[in-house]
Design a protein around this ligand. Structure first.
Ligand code: ZN
Length: 599
């Protein structure tokens, strides 16, 4: 990717039925932000979008349990999630919601195009009714035993134990959760996405994908061997209405939550463009054939991004087996790359909100800095295999690597220069050892950047930390604190190490933006170095959605980011005694946190 291009960075949509735990941001939130920040520094026109996923049964169940209306519950958790992602410094251009009028319109537009092209089938299927009232029994009010894992309180649309999507008819011994009676199943019409009509087109498209993680390609190819029409409507009173005569006004039928949620990537881009004052600007990321799109998600979500969303786009473009014409939005780009992460476990256990094996992002950031968490995630996150978060490892990574490595380099070098020179010293002639260090820090731009570009964040930050170690070794070997009688050489050494620190603050900034901003200021820099998102209260752009009043979005101005390159330090720039960039943690936090987790 040599030239400037439009880069869509699309992050999976967190579900708004509770606060998010650190597993959610470890898999794709932070890695995607690293990618977006780096791409911006390389001069690309990046758009990073997502939002909260607010339809479907789990929202209704959560709202019931809190005595709230669904819209109130969704709004409550949308706000909490927005605040957490902001605190972590995730640089969204737009983080919105699936209950906006703009989203409803976009979803219905895509449905209508798919329907018009013949890719949505209307089929008879068995729906549940209550024998005593004769009314439709929504999926979430049916409970029974999961046919896959034997869990005895699986719901009619999914099993909370094994996570599989279900139909009410799949349940063994189904019962109404309202009055315990056995539901009666009657034939009803529902809509299905005709996935088999995309088998050839998906296969051909997958063959053109290079550089994908092998687990994603293998998984997707396997799926293509057995494509079935997939239901896209449900017996539900909370969701996007079906835009067809005779259906739009029905309160008991809605589009299935997954169908509307994947369209969020497109609707969020459109909303961003409309809010930016240039309503057609979304097309640069979706219709320009040179634009690229990277989708970030956990492994449980691969199917939606590598198979179903591409199938929906093919259908909307008229490019499946039944042909057709592009709809009102024109021909849309399929994903360039699907970047899936594995799972983060917690002290050897699966995260589980219900069993309280959980660390919420908010609780974490109340006690520790966002960059401490970001460092852990980048260095030890579940990139290629499941990884386990332990407090002992968090302590070790923070104290031995972040504080003793990068933080120590920054503070020692700036403190020595401030004490002895009060400024960035004027260097004399560089010796071999000085040139070697500066060559290493300059080389780290390419080495680290290439790895981030391939979404190898663990290796990328490892490479950056190797350069930090080289700079610390340089400081130990040259020992400028022993050069009191040779101020010229001392100035040269300190200049050299400060130049290395300056280069490294740039290299570190996609991973650790908060501390790179601090280092920038400690080196006498002014203004914004690593831009941060901000929360804005906005009103819905359109009628017809389900937001109840103004709501917060995450957005930001990232147009003025520094370039991904070494910038020469200016000798004479005043330096003050530095404040520590990172906090060393007391080992007692390990026991405290484990106790908190078990209490
Ligand atoms: Zn199950």
């Amino acid at each position: 990717m040599g030239r400037m291009t439009h880069v869509l960075t699309a992050l999976a949509w967190p579900y708004a039925n509770g606060p998010r735990h650190i597993g959610h941001v470890a898999g794709f939130g932070v890695p995607a932000d690293v990618f977006a920040r780096y791409m911006r520094m390389r001069g690309h026109d990046v758009l990073m979008v997502s939002g909260t996923d607010e339809h479907g049964t789990p929202i209704l169940v959560q709202a019931d349990s809190e005595g709230l209306k669904p819209a109130e519950a969704a709004a409550k958790y949308n706000r909490i999630i927005v605040e957490d992602l902001d605190a972590l410094g995730l640089s969204y251009d737009l983080f919105t919601r699936t209950t906006t009028g703009n989203h409803y319109k976009t979803v219905q537009e895509l449905f209508s195009t798919l329907y018009g092209n013949g890719y949505i089938l209307q089929q008879k299927t068995l729906g549940a009714i209550s024998p005593s009232t004769g009314r439709t029994l929504p999926d979430r009010y049916i409970e029974g035993t999961c046919p896959h894992c034997g869990f005895d309180s699986a719901r009619g649309d999914q099993c909370d134990n094994c996570g599989r999507q279900l139909d009410p008819t799949d349940l063994i011994d189904p019962k109404s959760r309202i009055n315990g009676e056995t539901p009666k199943f009657v034939e009803e019409d529902h809509f299905f996405l005709d996935l088999p009509a995309f088998a050839d087109a998906l296969n051909a498209w997958l063959d053109t994908r290079t550089g994908w993680r092998t687990n994603v390609v293998r998984f997707t190819k396997n799926l293509l061997d057995d494509l079935q029409p997939r239901p896209i409507s449900r017996d539900l009173d909370w969701g996007v209405p079906i835009p067809l005569d005779g259906w739009a006004d029905r309160r008991d039928k809605r589009l299935y939550v997954w169908f509307d949620a994947v369209i969020g990537y497109l609707s969020a881009t459109i909303e961003w463009a409309r809010r930016s004052g240039d309503p057609d600007a979304w097309q640069r990321w979706w219709r320009d054939p040179e634009a690229v799109s990277y989708y970030f998600m956990g492994k449980d979500n691969i199917v939606f991004h590598s198979e179903i969303w591409p199938a929906m786009l093919l259908g909307a473009n008229g490019e499946g087996a039944k042909g057709g014409e592009p709809g009102g939005l024109g021909r849309l780009n399929l994903p360039t790359e699907v970047v899936s992460s594995e799972f983060l476990t917690m002290e050897g256990r699966q995260f589980s909100s219900s069993r309280r094996v959980v660390i919420y992002v908010r609780d974490f950031l109340e006690r520790y800095s966002p960059d401490a968490l970001r460092y852990y995630i980048c260095a030890a996150g579940p990139e290629n295999q499941d990884s386990d978060f332990t407090w002992a490892e968090f302590l070790r990574r923070n104290n031995d690597e972040l504080v003793a490595g990068w933080g120590n380099l920054v503070n020692r070098s700036i403190a020595m220069a401030a004490k002895n020179f009060g400024a960035v010293p004027e260097p004399g002639e560089l010796e071999r050892v000085d040139r070697d260090l500066l060559e290493a820090t300059r080389a780290s731009f390419d080495a680290v950047g290439d790895l981030i570009g391939q979404n190898k964040v663990r290796a990328a930050i490892g490479e950056a930390m190797k350069t930090v170690a080289a700079a610390n070794k340089y400081l130990a070997d040259t020992a400028p604190w022993k050069m009191k009688e040779d101020p010229k050489r001392q100035g040269t050494v300190l200049f050299t190490v400060l130049q290395a620190v300056s280069d490294l603050k740039t290299v570190m900034s996609p991973f650790l933006p908060h501390s790179s901003q601090k280092v920038h200021e400690l080196l006498g820099g002014e203004g914004v170095f690593a831009p941060m998102p901000r929360i804005e209260e906005v009103a819905d752009l359109d009628e017809g959605g389900a937001t109840d009043g103004p709501y917060p979005i995450l957005t930001g101005d990232y147009s003025d980011v520094p370039k991904w390159e070494s910038v020469p330090l200016v000798p004479g720039t005043p330096l003050d005694k530095p404040v520590p960039v990172f906090a060393k943690l007391d080992p007692s936090i390990v026991d405290e946190e484990i106790e908190r987790l078990n209490s």
